[in-house]
Each structure stands twice: as C-alpha cells, then as structure tokens.
Design a protein around this ligand. Structure first.
Ligand code: FAD
Ligand code: PYC
Length: 417
C-alpha cells in the first residue's frame, strides 16, 4: 500500500496526544428506519454493510452493535487465515475469502496486516497421515495450494519443534498451505467500519437489539435499547448469540454455543515465523508481531456464555504445547480469554434466508469464521440485496438441515469440538 502520510506528518501525529485526529467513523443517533439493519458489529456484520454499499449501492444501512466494534469473537480470535477445507462447497467459499484477503489492505486503504507466513497442520499418527493426504488431494482438485512436509522438512521450517513431542505426539509429517497465515483481527473490523461509514452506513454502538417486530410473517424492524428502528430487511450476524436472536424471532437454529479460549505469552524475540496447528493435541501456536506466542485451545465441552473458557482445557493445551516445544516451558502466560462460538452439527456455517420474510441469518462459523469474514460479508450482502443466495453460499442454507445435504467439516475445522 502506498503511504499516505509523510514522516513529518507521522511525527506531528505521534506528538499530538491524539488531539484533532479525525474520527475513523461517525457515531450517529439511529434514524427511525433504514432499508437494511444489520445486527452485530463484528467483522461479518461490518463487511456485509461495506459490500451492501459498495457492490449493491445500498447505503441506507445501520449496523447495530450492543458493545463495541469487534468486541465479540472478531477481537478474540487467534487470527489464522487459510482455505484448506475438505469439501468443494467449503473450499470454494474459503478460497474466495482468501483471495479477497490478498488485496484487502489496498481495497480498504487500511493495513489489515495480512501475513502469508504459511499454516502447518501436524500429523501424529497413521490416521492423521491418511486424513491429511486426503485433504491435500481434495484441496489440489479445488486449486487450493496444499503440500505435504516430511518430519525433516517440518523441522527445517520450525527449528524449535521437538519432533518426538514427549513421546505422546511424535510428528510424522504435516500439511502446509503457504498462502495461509494471519491477519490483524481488530484492524479487519476497523477497516470495514471506516469503509462502510465513508459510504454512508450508520454504525451505532452500545445499543443491544432485544426483539424483532414481525407483521404478517415479514420483519418490520428491531426493538433496541434506543427504541424501535424500522427496516425493510434485517440481517443477523451475532456469532455466539445466534440462537438467542433466532428465538426472539420465533424460530430455532441447529447450533450449540460453547466457549473457545486462547492465551498469549510474554513477548520474546522472533522465534516462530509460521502457524502450527494440531488437531490431535487440540493446540495451535503462532507468534504475533509484538513477540507474544498466540496459543489456542479446543472448545469447552459444555454450553456456556461466559467469555472465559475453563481451566482444564487451557492446562491440557499448554501441556501439549510444552511437549511440542519444550523450550517454551518456562514462558509466562500474560493473558487468557474466551469467546462464544456457535457450532452447527456439520461444523459449517449458515448464510441465508430464515423462515421470516426479510430476515436473514449468518451464523455457525464456530471456531473458524475469522478467515472467512471478507467472503462471508460479500455473499451475505448479495443474499440480502437480491433476496436469494449467491452460488457460493447457496449450499450453506438453513434448509440443509431439512434436506440432509450437510457439509461435514469437523476434520478441517482445525479445533476439536
Ligand atoms: P463477532 O465478532 O462475535 O460479532 C458479533 C457481534 O454481535 C458482537 O460484537 C456482539 O457484541 C454483537 N451482538 C451480540 N448480540 C447482540 C445483540 N443482541 N444486539 C446487538 N449486537 C449484538 N476463526 C478463524 O478463522 N481463525 C482463527 O484463528 C480463529 N480463532 C478463534 C479463537 C477464539 C478464541 C475464538 C473465540 C474464535 C476463533 N475463531 C477463529 C472464530 C472467529 O473468531 C469467529 O468465527 C468470527 O470472528 C465471527 O465473527 P462475527 O462477526 O460473526 O462475530
Ligand atoms: O479455523 O484456522 C482456524 C482456527 C484456528 C484456530 C481456531 N480456528
């Protein structure tokens, strides 16, 4: 991206104590009604607003967020971006999103810090090896880059790893998606927010939606902390709280909401320059630009809405990380947190229409919806604007739980749940 500011401007701003900095987006009071109201100011809601305005010229849009932008899972995730999913439908959707990521900083004129440092998925037993080779073949058939690494090649790429992994999890190989990597999570939300606001979208924070007004089977607007807001169309994008929203609108979703947690260590000098994931041991690790190791765990076993996650899960994860990386044993963990993820029985998302006319749902991304944010926003905007799905999200309708055309991505979801 071409720098917009000179070194003098940077220095002046660095010393100005943020005075006179222009707001990145406005904070308007809500209008009485809009063409489209989006519930949820995470990455998916904001990207949807951006593409509604940019691709479809629909700018009479409000994004209603009960807290602050990106304060949900968007700002709580471990920032991994990849597209190595098993089935054709998923590969097409996640690869579409990855391609948008590749030009997103330029598109938004906002540095989303997309770093294609590669993503490794480790194999620890014969079953893993067979599963990963199946995934490589499936990915290649879908033009998704994917290759196999021998243990020696893994060691060359990740010198700190102990291939014996304490004897419990010997590393027998890995898949590598070189175009995968990490992106800066809150920058993604902020970039889309700024772009949507510049096109006329109203972003309203600290305003919870606590009901829907439905007349003759069609949505008429939302009840909020700031009163009723009318809308021709309402689009839900609230991640872990999707089933709460659905029950307010009078229908049920096949999702389970559980906490998923992550931790970061104290910062150290650069030591791991890729992303390492292991399904079998429920752990994954990368290093942030600040030097912290970003470590993620499997999902909690019980339904819950506390944004913490339970201690046994983090203990199990850290044990596994120390077996794979014995040199990290004495690192201190600085922070731990959780987010609530809503998981469908087939570990694939739902993006489409609901039983209520004019009401749309985007949910069920579970443990893996950060990477898909640009693609999800793009196809969700299409679905809302045209009142019918784009071919990329047509297979991900709510209806698939009636027809039985499930898209089982339990293996590719990368996190055990
Ligand atoms: P959110 O960012 O949660 O946004 C939903 C918003 O809706 C929230 O801001 C919330 O406050 C708001 N809201 C809720 N109820 C209401 C209401 N009643 N009224 C108004 N607003 C409301 N995915 C990956 O691809 N890669 C990863 O590495 C990865 N790691 C993860 C690690 C953890 C610990 C967690 C928790 C998730 C991880 N994910 C990952 C999943 C990913 O974070 C999510 O799928 C994605 O961020 C969901 O985005 P969203 O915009 O749908 O949801
Ligand atoms: O989907 O790649 C992923 C992921 C990594 C950690 C959590 N989700």
């Amino acid at each position: 991206m071409m720098p917009r500011y000179s070194i003098f401007s940077l220095l002046r701003n660095a010393l100005s104590y943020h005075e006179d900095w222009p707001e990145a987006w406005r904070s308007p009071e809500p209008k009485p009604s809009y063409e489209v109201v989006i519930v949820g100011g995470g990455g998916h809601g904001l990207a949807t607003a951006y593409y509604l305005a940019k691709e479809h010229g629909i700018t009479d849009v409000a994004v209603i967020e009960r807290g602050w932008l990106g304060g949900g899972n968007t700002g709580r995730n471990t920032t991994i971006v990849r597209s190595n999913y098993l089935w054709d439908e998923s590969a097409a959707l996640y690869e579409f999103a990855l391609k948008i990521w590749e030009g997103l900083s330029q598109e938004l004129n906002y540095n989303v810090m997309f770093s294609q440092r590669g993503v490794l998925n480790l194999a620890h037993n014969q079953h893993d090896l067979r599963e990963l080779s199946r995934r490589i073949n499936a990915n290649r058939l879908n033009d998704v880059d994917s290759e196999f690494l021998t243990p020696a090649q893994v060691k060359r790429m990740v010198p700190l790893i102990d291939l014996r992994a304490g004897g419990r999890y010997p590393v027998l190989g890995a898949t590598l998606q070189r175009r995968g990597g990490t992106g800066r999570h809150d920058a993604l939300a902020w970039g889309y927010a700024r772009g949507a606001d510049a096109r006329g979208v109203d972003i309203i924070q600290e305003c919870a939606v606590d009901g829907f007004r439905i007349q003759n089977g069609r949505v008429a607007g939302v009840e909020t902390a700031k009163g009723f807001i009318g809308a021709d169309k309402v689009a839900i994008a609230v991640a872990g709280h999707s089933s709460v929203m659905a029950s307010l609108a009078g229908f049920r979703l096949p999702v389970t909401s559980v906490p998923l947690q992550a931790l970061v260590s104290e910062p150290v000098k650069p030591a791991i320059d890729t992303v390492i994931m292991s399904n079998a041991v429920h752990a994954y690790i990368s290093q942030s630009d600040r030097g912290e190791f970003v470590i993620g765990a499997g999902a909690d076993k019980y339904v819950g809405y506390g944004q913490r996650g339970s201690l046994p899960v983090s203990e199990e994860t850290l044990t596994a990380v120390c077996e794979l990386f014995p040199c990290l044993r004495r690192m201190r963990m600085m922070r731990q947190w959780g987010g609530i993820v809503d998981i469908c029985p087939d570990a694939s998302p739902i993006i489409g229409k609901t039983p209520v006319d004019g009401l749309y749902i985007n949910c069920g991304w579970g443990t893996g919806g950060f990477k898909s944010t640009p693609g999800s926003g793009w196809v969700y905007a299409h679905t809302i604007a045209k009142d019918e799905p784009h071919e990329l999200n047509a297979p991900f309708s709510l209806d698939r739980f009636r027809t039985g055309y499930l898209i089982n991505e339990q293996g590719a979801a990368a996190v055990a749940h």
